[in-house]
Design a protein around this ligand. Structure first.
Ligand code: CMC
Length: 427
């Protein structure tokens, strides 16, 4: 395998080193291109640009492989719990029992959110989208935890990480409870990390909370499946904001905003709205398949397609199976599950989808499970954010520990050349 690559332009040759990853991914390292030649590369949407070297998540979109720190997503979803996976992603190794207990204890110690944060939450109208509320509250955490902004040592970094792992689920639960008009409450230190989240979200003020293992296991699995996905839009946002040495909370708040969009994490809400729309329109899936293929129609089959997967998204396979199990265990019948399965079958046999390698992604079936668990549609992307939190933290930590330079892309300017200013009354 060649260790250098040569670019020829205008009769000049420029040589660049080639970097090979541990899974044999090959990249031409063009860091010196501009210094050598004055030329830059152009790649809108970063379809072909590696922004960093990372040891966290491996993804092979052609083969449908996803691994966190070397462990397959299938094995982790089956055998690990979310806090274990969070530890693995952030610190690089599966924790021992003692390490996990300590991590959990440290988190519990930090799980109180300043009461004044409730005033901020109260000032939002009930109609506010939970993703906007969550991004704002996460950003507001900085004001109440100023020492978490400047992370100059690993120890300070650890403290900031623990604080966020502790306080974020409270913010998520409060965001939901505000929407539902329920009193804001704290968790219960005696419970497991995910069990505590479930209680904080679902406990009714007038009823004793009863643990439901089906709900907790489903939540655990969904959170694990969403925990990281290498350099996607929100993660890249977290890394680029953090690269300016903005603190962890500010970087994560920016990631939440990036995740909100319907082309990214917001797709889980968009999928259920699409399926409901198809149901209300008589359930004619063929009509919507035709719309998705019509280039003059902006409609897209939400929950289908992926920038990287050109095969089944392995997370979608697990979630589809889990959807059947969870709905069965909870005794829930959801007519949109049938519509989703019908759409999937048609799409997988349709030449348009086959040619473009469009398969169901993680968001196609997840909303159906969230809904069965009693989570309102507008909260779906918040659940995605809750799952993605350890991944964002791991990526931010890696970026800071590697002392990566500030993210600052270049551009090709295509605007006006130099012009002379014209006075306002002469224009
Ligand atoms: N329905 C219909 N056509 C589609 C779809 C779709 N869902 N997705 C892609 N295409 C077509 C697209 O029109 C284009 O066709 P052509 O080559 O004829 O112009 C081709 O497939 C390639 O699409 P693209 O938009 O250039 O691909 P991309 O890599 O830029 O976009 C995507 C990836 C996920 C934004 C896109 O597939 C999409 O909009 N999907 C629906 C939204 C969605 O489900 N998003 C969740 C992604 S997974 C979770 C996450 O990462 O957050």
């Amino acid at each position: 395998m060649s260790t250098t690559a040569t670019l020829e332009y205008n009769g000049e040759k420029y040589e660049f080193p080639v970097t090979v990853g541990t899974e044999n991914e090959i990249a031409i390292d063009i860091k010196t291109l501009r210094a050598q030649s004055g030329i830059i590369t152009l790649d809108p949407g970063y379809k072909n640009t590696g922004s960093c070297e990372s040891a966290i998540t491996y993804l092979d979109g052609e083969k449908g492989i996803l691994r966190y720190r070397g462990y397959t997503i299938e094995e982790l979803a089956e055998k690990a719990d979310f806090l274990e996976v969070a530890y693995l992603l952030i610190f690089g190794e599966l924790p021992t029992r003692d390490q996990l207990d300590k991590f959990h204890e440290d988190i519990k110690d930090q799980s109180v959110v300043d009461e004044d944060m409730k005033k901020i939450l109260d000032s939002f109208p009930k109609s506010a989208h939970p993703m906007g509320v969550l991004a704002s509250l996460t950003s507001a955490l900085i004001a109440f935890n100023p020492s978490s902004v400047n992370v100059s040592s690993e120890e300070e970094m650890y403290r900031a990480i623990v604080k966020l792992m502790a306080k974020f689920p409270v913010l998520v639960a409060w965001t939901l409870r505000k929407k539902e008009g329920m009193p804001l409450d704290y968790g219960d230190d005696a419970l497991g990390y995910v069990e505590n989240i479930a209680k904080m979200m679902f406990k009714k003020p007038n009823k004793e909370y009863r643990k439901n293992d089906v709900v907790i296991n489903a939540l655990d699995k969904l959170l694990i499946l969403h925990a990281d996905h290498e350099q996607n839009c929100s993660t890249s946002t977290v890394r680029i904001v953090g690269s300016s040495h903005a603190g962890l909370f500010a970087s994560i708040s920016a990631g939440i905003s990036a995740l909100w969009g319907p082309l990214h994490g917001g797709a889980n809400q968009a999928v259920i709205e699409m399926l409901e729309g198809i149901k209300a329109d008589g359930g004619d899936t063929k009509k919507y398949m035709a719309k998705a293929k019509d280039k003059n129609d902006p409609f897209r089959l939400m929950g289908f397609g992926h920038r990287v997967y050109k095969n089944f998204d392995p997370r979608a396979r697990i979630i589809k199976k889990a959807a059947d199990e969870v709905l069965g265990d909870l005794g829930v019948t959801d007519p949109v599950l049938g519509i989703a399965k019908g759409l999937e079958k048609e799409a997988l046999e349709d030449q348009y989808f086959v040619d473009r390698k469009l398969y169901p992604n993680v968001d196609f079936y997840s909303g159906i499970i969230y809904r069965a668990l009693g989570i309102p549609t507008e909260m779906f992307t918040v659940m995605f954010a809750l799952g993605r939190l350890p991944g964002w933290i791991a990526q931010w930590r890696e970026m800071r520990l590697r002392n990566e330079p500030i993210g600052r892309p270049r551009q090709v300017y295509v605007g006006e050349n130099k012009r002379t200013f014209i006075d306002i009354d002469k224009r």
